[in-house]
Ligand binder design. Structure first.
Ligand code: IVH
Length: 689
């Protein structure tokens, strides 16, 4: 690109100044960034490199000479008694970031670079690097008197009214508090809170409220909430806080002498401090912490962008001191960014088992959140339109937690002329049947039913999956071939497969053909809930299938039930009842069931049970870690049979957490919320009533 021509460094520097000023303003002042942090960092580093190579181009107003952003005029200004510094950041994904840091510290201390008996390894305290915004909380005689943003490090904004609305932040410290204590930490938004907030925002936008917007990521939403002018609105935004440091202190008589000690003391005063921190020895300890937290990252309920290493001894910290605006005793070690830029190569429309049409953006491969991403769902027509994603667009892709990657926004000024608005096809792209969007529904659906090969494949895989009919040997590729070659048109065709038909398929060696036939034979002896679930009736998941089977005992009872009778079943509401009734009133569905039975599919039936109250009805339980004797599915089955609902994540509504070996963030969350934690024996005791 001409603008990067090294022979014109002056022009490029000017351009970078303009771009970085613009983006810093969007980020720090408006809380509305247009580009991912990683992209901002790249521009910033490019400028730093140019300034290093051409010192004459470095001016005092360069964006590299400033930390953070200017305070917004709307808030009163606060001069920090002790400046709020930033930390040096290492971004490499190798272990060298930790080693370089340890080496620098040892060199500063005049120690040999390798640890030995005479010069032992340095003790570090390692923490998470929370992705939110830095806040200074000033407590005087234990009472919160002021909260301020970092601003440019010297002068921040007074956001006391907004911060007071965060339930986790104590308005008064417990125990004996120093005369003055400034607590520094991060205000952040949990990912589930962020999703809920954006969901509400989308509803407002859909209802025509013009001034509402959705947020790009939790950090941004948190910053927007803290810097919201109306504290009443700020109070509706669910924010969280973790303390990790301090500013001015006065009269702290028993101040601990380590970083870890100070954080413990803060915790004892009632301040939230993360449990994901460790005191470790030397570079090896740091490397191991970085790796451990890296594998935990996806399971944490909030975003982190790295870890922070701090020299644990406060005496050593002050000996090491600062270079310009960064302490020598701390460093941030980043993980791969969770947001990146890429381009949209196409927008495909996929057809699911229930006929739902989903637009999917096909992306130029991009490494984000630790994986290479090539697809991102656009959910439905409204979402695709709201984001206005078009083929050829440059977009920000986000992947955080173990959630599916998402296109968060489009870079409008990079759009190519002539890029066309996305429209949902009115015909199913797979079978050509009409695609219709019913009133009040967000999705278009193909009306082709099992005539549509896409739906047939999905239906087949759903039927065969482990928790349904558990047909060994039937995977994705084979389902594709069987449907494409029209060997399977309906589910019973599966049980009519013979060796010769199978052996003709690609890569279907005789042995795997025989394996599939064995798997099919074995699957014929099943249970009613598995069979029901396997039919793929809309809104009938595993738990509902179990409830139905228990209530009616026999399939015929379910097939002939009226909607009113279906509504008597535990947890069955009008939508599920209607879906079941519609399904069983279609003659072709009854035909499929009859043929499956004729092929030998069978299950034990029982008399209908009057629903006796079960010991765990109404209880929500989460299982985490490895239990000593029970597999996870077994534990789940036992709990569900006793009436409990088994959920995937811990919240205030969780009644118990059953934890085994190597339980991670869910256990921590349970402890944080005070949810009772049981081991396997405790669970058995609970089941026994
Ligand atoms: S210590 C003098 N610890 O990262 C050291 N910072 O540039 C001051 N951050 O925006 C920072 N988690 O808000 C520290 N455990 C942690 C942190 C942390 C997140 C943020 C901080 C600041 C940036 C540091």
């Amino acid at each position: 690109m001409a603008d990067k021509n090294p022979s014109q460094p002056q022009a490029r520097v000017t351009e970078l100044h303009q771009q970085l000023h613009h983006h810093a303003h969007r980020y720090y002042v408006l809380d509305e960034p247009e580009i991912p942090d990683a992209e901002y960092d790249r521009l910033f580093r490019e400028l730093q490199a140019l300034e290093a190579a051409h010192p004459e181009l470095l001016t005092p107003d360069s964006p590299t000479q400033r930390v953070g952003g200017k305070a917004l005029d709307a808030f009163a200004k606060v001069r920090h008694q002790v400046p709020m510094l930033s930390i040096r950041t290492e971004t490499d994904i190798e272990a060298t970031g930790a080693r370089n840091f340890d080496t620098r510290v040892r060199r500063e201390m005049g120690l040999p670079l390798e640890a030995s008996d005479e010069a032992p390894a340095i003790e570090y305290e390692a923490e998470l690097k929370f992705d939110g915004l830095a806040i200074n909380l000033r407590y005087e005689d234990g009472v919160l008197v002021q909260a301020a943003t970092r601003g440019d490090g010297e002068i921040g904004e007074d956001v006391t009214q907004n911060i007071r609305t965060i339930g986790q932040i104590p308005l008064r410290l417990t125990g004996k508090a120093p005369h003055v204590l400034e607590v520094r930490g991060e205000v952040y938004m949990r990912r589930d809170d962020f999703d809920k907030l954006n969901e509400r925002q989308r509803e407002k936008i859909a209802a025509g409220q013009k001034n509402e917007k959705t947020y790009v990521n939790p950090r941004n939403a948190a910053a927007g909430a803290v810097r919201q002018l109306d504290p009443a609105i700020s109070a509706q935004r669910p924010l969280s806080f973790y303390a990790y440091g301090w500013g001015e202190t006065q009269g702290w008589d028993d101040k601990p002498d380590t970083q870890d000690g100070v954080l413990r003391a803060m915790q004892a005063m009632g301040l939230p401090v993360s449990d994901h921190r460790e005191v470790v020895l030397g570079a090896e300890g740091l490397v191991a912490f970085h790796a451990r937290m890296g594998s935990l990252r996806d399971q944490l309920p909030f975003d982190i962008d790295g870890v922070v290493y701090k020299v644990n001894s406060l005496a050593l910290q002050s000996q090491l001191g600062f270079v310009t605006r960064e302490p020598r005793w701390a460093v941030a070690h980043k993980y791969p960014a969770q947001e990146q830029l890429t381009t949209v190569q196409a927008i495909d429309v996929q057809v699911g088992r229930t006929g739902k049409l989903t637009p999917v953006a096909k992306l130029a491969p991009v490494f984000v959140g630790g994986v290479t991403v090539t697809n991102a769902t656009l959910h439905n027509e409204d979402e695709a339109r709201r984001k206005d994603v078009r083929v050829g667009d440059t977009v920000i892709v986000r992947r955080a937690g173990d959630v599916i990657p998402e296109v968060v926004s489009v870079l409008a000024d990079k759009r190519q002329p002539g890029a066309e608005l996305f429209t949902m096809p009115r015909k199913c792209p797979v079978c050509g049947s009409d695609a219709v969007r019913e009133e009040g529904e967000a999705d278009y659906r193909c009306t082709g039913g099992l005539f549509c090969k896409a739906q047939r494949k999905e239906a087949l895989l759903h039927f065969a999956q482990r928790r349904a009919m558990d047909i060994e040997g039937l995977g994705d590729k084979l389902a594709d071939q069987l449907v494409d070659a029209d060997i399977i048109r309906t589910l019973p065709d599966l049980y009519r497969l013979g060796l010769s038909a199978l052996a003709e398929l690609d890569r279907m060696a005789e042995k795997s053909a025989q394996n599939l036939l064995d798997g099919l034979e074995k699957s014929k002896q099943t249970t009613l809930p598995r069979f029901l679930f396997g039919l793929g009736i809309r809104h009938v998941g595993e738990a509902t299938a179990k409830d139905l089977a228990r209530h009616f005992g026999k399939l015929d009872g379910i097939m002939d039930a009226t909607e009113a009778q279906l509504l008597e079943v535990n947890d069955v509401g009008p939508i599920v009842a209607q879906s079941l009734h519609t399904f069983f009133s279609q003659p072709h569905n009854r035909e499929v069931i009859e043929q499956l039975r004729a092929c030998g599919v069978t299950w034990p039936e029982s008399e209908p049970t009057a629903q006796a109250p079960k010991p765990l009805t109404g209880k929500t339980i989460v299982i985490t870690g490895t239990l000593p004797t029970l597999g996870r599915d077994e534990a789940k089955d036992l709990l569900e049979a006793a009436g409990a609902k088994v959920a995937g994540s811990v919240s205030k509504k969780t009644d118990y957490v059953v934890a085994g070996a190597e339980a991670g963030s869910k256990l921590a969350k349970a402890q944080e919320l005070g949810v009772p934690v049981l081991d396997e024996d405790g669970m058995r005791a609970l089941l026994a009533g």
